[in-house]
Write a protein that binds this ligand. Structure first.
Ligand SMILES: [Fe+2]
Length: 208
């Protein structure tokens, strides 16, 4: 549906431009091939990496950039385990709000409109972004953030951090039923095969 009316939205704006729209975080049972894909097709570079246990699962998270944005793609894998209980799927999408007030006001609206909250407000260790994670009806999470660091390509060196958050980002209202659902989904995903396209992922980039 199109309309000549100007766009009216409650937020003052989003930070996009040359750095594009936020980032996508993908869990994968084939993180090496996925990294190979973004390297081959998008010339993605490693910004930094974090090893972290989330919901009882040990994850290796690699943050990749394609411009000044700290990361446009984050890939979380469970490499090294005898089984990979996480299939390849979008875990969350991120958009960068223009102002801290926009983040606060949207947090309020998520509550008022009755959407689920996944993680409360917190701040990430690596890109220092202040954000929260809401739950979309489709099942993936929606991270609204503010003020992440911008990478200066001439001096940046990949490093690692302890944990994904300096403070906050605590799970909101997760019940034992949600937990059981999570394991049920994980078990189901083991039965699903995933296709890879070697021409696009190259030899793959294994985790360091
Ligand atoms: Fe994120």
């Amino acid at each position: 549906m199109t309309t000549p009316e100007p766009l009216r939205m409650p937020a003052s704006g989003f930070v996009t431009g040359d750095s594009g729209l936020g980032h996508v975080a993908i869990t994968s049972s084939k993180p090496a091939q996925l990294r190979g894909y973004f390297n081959t097709v998008f010339d993605a570079r490693l910004t930094d990496y974090i090893d972290e246990t989330i919901s009882g699962v040990k994850l290796k998270i690699r943050f990749l950039r394609v411009n000044g944005r700290h990361h446009s793609i984050a890939i979380a894998g469970t490499q090294g385990l005898p089984i990979d209980p996480i299939r390849t799927r979008v875990q969350h999408l991120n958009i960068q709000a223009s102002t801290l007030d926009d983040v606060a006001a949207s947090y309020q609206r998520v509550h008022e409109l009755g959407f689920g909250m996944a993680l409360s407000v917190g701040q990430h260790t690596n890109d220092k972004e202040l954000s929260y994670y809401a739950r979309t009806p489709s099942g993936f999470e929606w991270e609204v953030g503010w003020n992440p660091v911008v990478v200066d390509e001439s001096i940046w060196e990949p490093s690692t951090q302890q944990g994904i958050s300096i403070w906050g980002h605590t799970p909101v209202g997760q019940t034992i039923v949600d937990k059981l659902d999570q394991f049920r989904r994980a078990a189901r995903s083991l039965a699903a095969t995933e296709d890879t396209v070697p021409a696009l992922s190259g030899p793959g980039i294994p985790d360091d």
